[in-house]
Design a protein around this ligand. Structure first.
Ligand code: BTN
Length: 186
């Protein structure tokens, strides 16, 4: 039990490192909204799929705390309190909520033996990708003084890339769960 907990804590720390590494790739600006295309949201999805609600939240919270305290862990080497109040602040807050929401849903589906490949992907799309984009849009509309409709419609531009990221995260998570040494942890 103790051993299992130690392994989960270690993996939570490792996923925080993965989130930081994904930030090395600079964001791609869209031009029409001050929100870039990035890879770190894929890391949040993967962290949740692998670690679930509790340890996923721990890992993501640690990553966001580093960003909040000014470490340059966000894409393009950004960090600091001001980023959380900027146009992308809503997405960052959503990243903290995803493990609890998505992780709990995936746990329930697993309990009922319903975690097929497709159902896992659809759940990740709705309780991961859409949750992030909707919360991000709400804050973006407030912060940038644009209508919520405009903010939501602008976020449609992220959907093709985010769908690819969600698919990759599900493929990777399902493969990693099959590794004997990781079974019972992921
Ligand atoms: C930040 O680094 O300040 C957060 C950037 C948030 C970007 C969001 S996450 C969801 C959507 N998909 C993307 O590729 N970019 C936006």
């Amino acid at each position: 039990m103790q051993n299992q907990q130690t392994k989960k804590l270690t993996l939570a720390a490792m996923m925080t490192a993965v989130l930081i590494i994904l930030g090395v790739f600079p964001g791609i600006p869209l031009g029409f909204i001050p929100v870039p295309i990035i890879l770190q949201n894929m890391g949040v999805l993967l962290t949740t799929e692998l670690l679930g609600a509790k340890y996923g939240t721990l890992s993501t919270a640690l990553f966001l705390a580093l960003a909040l305290f000014g470490l340059p862990v966000l894409s393009g080497g950004r960090g600091g309190f001001a980023v959380f109040l900027g146009p992308t602040g809503g997405y960052l807050i959503a990243w903290l909520l995803v493990p609890a929401v998505l992780g709990s849903l995936l746990y329930l589906l697993k309990q009922h033996n319903r975690l097929s490949w497709w159902l896992e992907l659809v759940t990740v799309m709705i309780a991961g990708v859409l949750l992030i984009d909707i919360i991000g849009s709400i804050w973006l509309s407030v912060q940038s003084h644009m209508s919520l409709t405009t903010a939501l419609l602008s976020n449609v531009a992220f959907l093709p890339g985010d769908m690819i990221k969600a698919t990759l995260s599900v493929i990777l998570a399902r493969r990693l769960r099959k590794i004997p040494a990781l079974q019972g942890i992921f």
